[in-house]
Design a protein around this ligand. Structure first.
Ligand code: NAI
Length: 462
């Protein structure tokens, strides 16, 4: 039996970051992972592979739509799907082996297999029982399925199957206009598929600032993604490798069908805690299946902690990473902390969509006195040169104090631009602080500054 200061269950962004920080803080640490490779959903079948396919398909889109305008003549490249998938696989293995290297460098033990917790202080993997002063559960999440829809990962796929389809479908139906549906829907649209997205609600990307969501849907429609909103999917029937999706319109209960070569089910994810033995241990759970924790990630059982998708909050890799670092600090006797008010969210479509803090709807509901500073990328020289003038930056600030309360961006590099606003919010900055900061010209970031200027005396370029 081996014994450790900390055993972490799961090596996704929450678990592996926690392991590295524990080791850096002088704790003897091991991480249990049942997959063949480290990195969890994010590196193996999530964030990273989807970004590879988004990148490749975006290059094709640029060649088809913008090259000739810049004097780059000739036929746009054709798609070698097998090669694109092997590029994606190489990206995955480069990243997962990178984590393996970091584990070795930091002397972190990798216990291979699936873990259960027979009692606090003990982790069982196969026939071996390991001892740990503290256990951190970072077991992540799994696809949440719909009644009447059976995922076979061939014709009816989750995001996992959608990253390794045998061929590019002629017609793809996506169930759910959330992050996964729109990112992967964009990939296959750019690669030539007809794509129709069926969404239960009357708007795409629930929870997003409504003005941004509206612009986002308009932009995706221009890219010829089809939408059926306000529709509840009832079931999917598969015959001869073809699917028929049945849905009911919520406004009048009328039933409709949509044929497809492939159906992507992207209706959310749920915490994955199967097989850990949590109910036998008496670990308290939330109503929706998440592990209940206090502000320092402690569960109701002493010595057992939980982070990431397995607990409440947005299911985002970077939120899990921050919690991983935070709990490592707590276990090392330091003060771990995560500021949940400043967690950015990004959708990696083209253009990208990014947000942090409150939406306008949330501020209205809370009765806050706020002002809006908005700036269109049409007024940004760099964006215009790069055919990236669609979209805007919107900063919400307190009307009296000018303190930034939230920001929402749709446009080029939105996922990177959002971070200067995150830093500003972390420091409790006013919009004027951003507005008075010199921004290099010509950069997309000037649009952020202009939106901050729009919270005060006004932007220059609109
Ligand atoms: P989601 O929660 O973002 O969206 C699911 C959508 O499905 C919602 O709009 C919902 O209204 C709709 N829906 C539910 N039942 C339906 C039905 N019967 N018929 C039609 N529509 C229905 O979930 P998604 O996209 O599956 O993503 C899962 C998680 O993974 C999310 O928490 C997301 O934040 C995370 N993720 C984040 C990424 C990023 O940060 N770029 C990338 C991929 C995933």
């Amino acid at each position: 039996m081996s014994s450790y200061d900390v055993i972490i269950i799961g090596s996704g962004p929450g678990g592996y970051v926690c392991a590295i920080r524990c080791a850096q803080l002088g704790l003897k640490v091991a991480c249990v992972e049942g997959r063949e490779t480290l990195g969890g959903t994010c590196l193996n079948v999530g964030c990273i592979p989807s970004k590879a396919l988004l990148h490749a398909s975006h290059q094709l889109h640029e060649a088809e739509h913008n090259f000739a305008k810049m004097g780059l003549k000739g036929k746009a490249p054709s798609v070698d799907w097998k090669q694109m998938l092997s590029y994606k696989d190489e990206v995955i293995s480069g990243n997962t082996s990178g984590i393996e290297f970091l584990f070795k460098k930091n002397k972190i033990g990798w216990i291979k297999g699936w873990a259960s917790i027979p009692e606090a202080g003990k982790v069982k993997v196969g026939d071996d029982v390991h001892e740990a002063k503290n256990i951190v559960i970072a077991s992540g999440s799994e696809v949440s399925t719909l009644p009447g829809v059976e995922i076979d990962e061939k014709v009816v796929v989750s995001s996992t199957g959608a990253l390794q389809l045998g061929k590019i479908p002629k017609k793809l139906v996506v169930i759910g206009a959330g992050v996964i549906g729109l990112e992967l829907g964009s990939v296959y649209k750019r690669l030539g598929a007809e794509v129709k997205v069926i969404e239960f609600l009357d708007a795409i990307t629930p929870g997003m600032d409504a003005e941004v969501a509206k612009t986002f849907q308009r932009t995706l429609k221009k890219q010829r993604l089809g939408f059926q909103l306000g529709a509840a999917v009832q079931g999917v029937e598969v015959k001869n490798n073809k699917a028929k999706v049945t849905y009911k319109l919520r406004k009048d209960d009328s039933e409709h069908t949509e044929d497809a070569d492939c159906v992507l089910v992207a209706t959310g994810r749920k915490p994955f805690t199967d097989g850990l033995g949590l109910s036998e241990l008496g670990v308290e759970m939330e109503e929706r299946g998440q592990i209940k924790t206090d502000a320092h990630w402690a569960t109701s059982v002493k010595g057992i902690y939980a982070i990431g998708d397995a607990i409440t909050g947005p299911m985002l890799a970077h939120k899990a990473e921050d919690e991983g670092m935070g709990v490592a600090e707590v276990l090392a006797g330091k003060k771990g902390h995560v500021n949940y008010d400043v967690i950015p969210g990004v959708i990696y479509t083209h253009p990208e969509v990014a947000s942090v803090g409150a939406t306008e709807e949330q501020l209205k509901q809370a009765g806050r006195n706020y002002k809006v500073g908005k700036f269109s990328f049409m007024g940004n020289g760099r964006a215009k040169a790069n055919f990236a003038g669609d979209g805007f930056v919107k900063i919400l600030a307190d009307k009296d104090t000018d303190r930034i309360l939230g920001a929402h961006i749709i446009g080029p590099m939105a996922g990177d631009l959002i971070h200067e606003i995150c830093v500003a919010m972390e420091f409790g900055a006013a919009a004027e602080d951003l507005a008075r900061t010199c921004h290099a010209h010509p950069t997309y970031s000037e649009a952020v500054r202009e939106a901050a200027l729009a919270c005060g005396d006004g932007p220059i370029h609109s």
